[in-house]
Design a protein around this ligand. Structure first.
Ligand code: ZN
Length: 307
């Protein structure tokens, strides 16, 4: 018998585009309980120099993680007492409503999903007027992951669903495990989700670099000592003026496999400006909304050593 009553989702899509059609990128951060999501979010907030809104989802009544987020650095909305991909869908949609009602959008929304959430299910809500899904990054706890898979089928199913939803997998808790453990976890992840980049979250700096590219002004940060990105892993692919769409598509499709993140604004032969976004497996080329109009850029590329 199912004791949890499904909440009715009652949400009306606004008929107008907020913020003149701008779309705020939404980063979904998933991973089972204890994988280190709060630490990652605090790193992002500590290093970003743009306004970031953070949704913190905790299925319990008391949102411990929300208390651990450094509030002064960000703009945190607690989503407590349910999971945003299932029992708290309404709360999730209302949180976007709350942001939409503001005169100025944040530059990025980071959603700390609950430990049990299926990021794919939550992703459906991120592409709502004024927002677009930027990426799904899932943390994998090297110390716990294989044990989770041996637990009850509910837990095992949850962790597998999380891993399979990811555009990029970040391995955490490296300091707690042996090299052999890293190897075993990595080969299991490759079985579960072939082709998804697996990156060691070995330094806070690299984490911030990987997720920071979701913000809107990556190019301005390059070469600056206070860069969001690790200088060792950030590079530029020069774009010499206007490109044919087909050439751009093949450039993006053929980026080397070490590329875990890329972003740029490129003018194509029709004169249209296109936003290029790469996050692990997710690769997109979409028209730039009018309200975000800006000069074309080179392609900013973050490479990381894939495991
Ligand atoms: Zn859920």
């Amino acid at each position: 018998m199912n004791l949890v009553e499904e909440e009715e989702v009652s949400f009306e899509e606004p008929t107008f585009a907020p913020w003149d059609g701008r779309r705020v990128p939404v980063l979904l951060l998933g991973g089972y309980l204890g994988a280190g999501k709060t630490t990652v979010i605090n790193e992002i907030l500590a290093r970003a120099d743009v306004p970031i809104a953070v949704f913190v989802n905790d299925v319990g009544q008391i949102n411990i993680d929300a208390r651990l987020i450094e509030r002064q650095a960000g703009d945190t909305l607690d989503l407590t007492g349910g999971c945003v991909c299932c029992s708290l869908k309404n709360g999730f949609l209302e949180a976007f409503d709350q942001l939409r009602s503001r005169a100025t959008p944040p530059e990025l929304v980071v959603v700390e999903l609950s430990g049990i959430a299926n990021p794919s299910a939550a992703a459906a809500f991120a592409s709502t007027p004024g927002f677009s899904l930027d990426s799904i990054i899932v943390l994998v706890d090297l110390d716990q992951f294989l044990d989770r898979e041996d637990e009850t089928s509910v837990v095992a199913d949850a962790v597998r669903a999380q891993v399979r939803s990811a555009d990029l997998l970040l391995l955490t808790k490296r300091d707690l495990v042996s090299d052999g453990r890293v190897e075993r976890v990595t080969s299991r992840l490759r079985e579960l989700t072939p082709g998804t980049p697996i990156v060691l979250a070995d330094s806070a700096h690299s984490i911030a670099g990987l997720v920071g590219l979701g913000a809107r002004r990556p190019v301005l940060q390059i070469g600056d000592g206070t860069s969001l990105f690790d200088q060792h892993t950030t590079s530029l692919v020069p774009i010499g003026g206007t490109m044919h769409r087909s050439a751009l598509e093949s450039l993006v499709a053929n980026l080397p496999s070490e590329v875990v993140r890329a972003k740029g604004i490129v003018q194509i032969e029709t004169g249209e400006l296109m936003v290029v976004q790469v996050v692990g497996k997710r690769r997109s080329i979409e028209p730039l909304p009018m309200a975000e109009s800006t000069e074309p850029t080179d392609l900013v590329v973050v490479t990381a050593t894939r495991i």
